[in-house]
Design a binder for this molecule. Sequence first.
Ligand code: FAD
Length: 286
Amino acid sequence: MKASEFEVKQPQTAIVESSERITPPDADEVRHIVLNIPDATFDYIEGQSIGVLAPAPKDFGNDTHFRLYSIASSREGEDENLAQIAVAVRRCFYIDEVSGERYPGIASNFLCDRKPGDEIKIAGPYGRQFQAPRDKNCNLLMIGIGTGIAPFRAFMKHIYRERNEWLGKVRLFYGARTGMDLLYMNKERDDMSNYYDKETFKAFETIARRPYLGEEPPIEETLMDNAQEVWSLVQDPKTYVYVAGLSSLEKKLDRVMSQMAGSEEAWQEKKKELKHQRRWQTLLYD
Ligand SMILES: Cc1cc2nc3c(=O)[nH]c(=O)nc-3n(C[C@H](O)[C@H](O)[C@H](O)COP(=O)(O)OP(=O)(O)OC[C@H]3O[C@@H](n4cnc5c(N)ncnc54)[C@H](O)[C@@H]3O)c2cc1C
C-alpha cells in the first residue's frame, strides 16, 4: 500500500503520549499507543483509521512507508481527551522465503519503538463506511480477530458511554491465538469488562486449540455453537454486522453463514442484500 493510493492532503504531526504493551511477554507484542494530535480540526468517527507515514529504508525508493491503523478511541477522544486517540499496534515480522531470514515490518516496528514525546507523521482519517448505526434500537453483531478488536473498542465506548445506553443487542465474537493474546480482554488490560454488566451486551471469546502449531482461533465454531442467535440476528432488519481483522476471516464466515443459510447460494444472496442495505461492513487486512 502506498501513500499515493490514499489522499494524503496534509500530513500532520502527532506526539506519542504513551505506549503500553497490552500482551504479556510470552505472547506476541501488541501495544496500546496514545497519540496527541495538536491540530484541533482533526475529526473522526469510530471505525475510521489513520495513515502512519513511517520513514522508509533507503533502498525502498520512497521516502515514507504508509500503513493504516484503526482508531481504537471513540469520537470523544482517548480518556475523554479530545486531542488524543489510541491505536493498537501488533509488532509484525516477516520471514523471507528465499533466505529464511526474519525481517521487521517497517511501520509497525517504527510505531512500537516510539517513546513518549516522539513526533510522528499521520494522515487521514480514512474509511467512513465502517460506521455504527445511529438508532439505539439497532443490533450490532461484531466479529473480529486480533487487532480487529480496535474499532469495536471504539464502538463500545461510543454506544454505552457517550450515547448513555443501547437498547438493541450487542454481540461481540472475538478470537485470538491464546488467552494472553486477547486484546483489551486479558489480564494486562481489560477495557471490555466496563460493559459486561450491560444487559444488552454479550461477548464470546475463541482461542486456538494448538496455537504453537500456528493454528488460528476457530471463531466459526463459536459462531456455529450460537447459530440460532447469530442467524436470527442476521435476519433481523435492525441488525448491523461488522467484520474486522485478518482477511482470512471472510472465507471462514462465508462457510459458517452458508451452513446457517442452508446453502452457499442462499448465503451469497443474503450477503448481497445485507451489503446493499449497508448492514454488512468489513475492515479486513493481511
Ligand atoms: C484498514 C486497515 C486497518 C488496519 N488496522 C490495524 C491495526 O489496528 N493494528 C495493526 O497492528 N495493524 C493494522 N493494519 C495492518 C497495518 O496497516 C500494516 O499492514 C501492518 O502493521 C504491517 O505493516 P508493516 O509496515 O509493519 O509491515 P511491512 O514492512 O509493510 O510488511 C508488510 C508486508 O510486506 C511483506 N514483507 C515485508 N518485508 C518482507 C520480507 N523481508 N520478506 C518477505 N515479505 C516481506 C509481507 O508480505 C507483509 O505482508 C490495518 C490495515 C488496514 C488496511
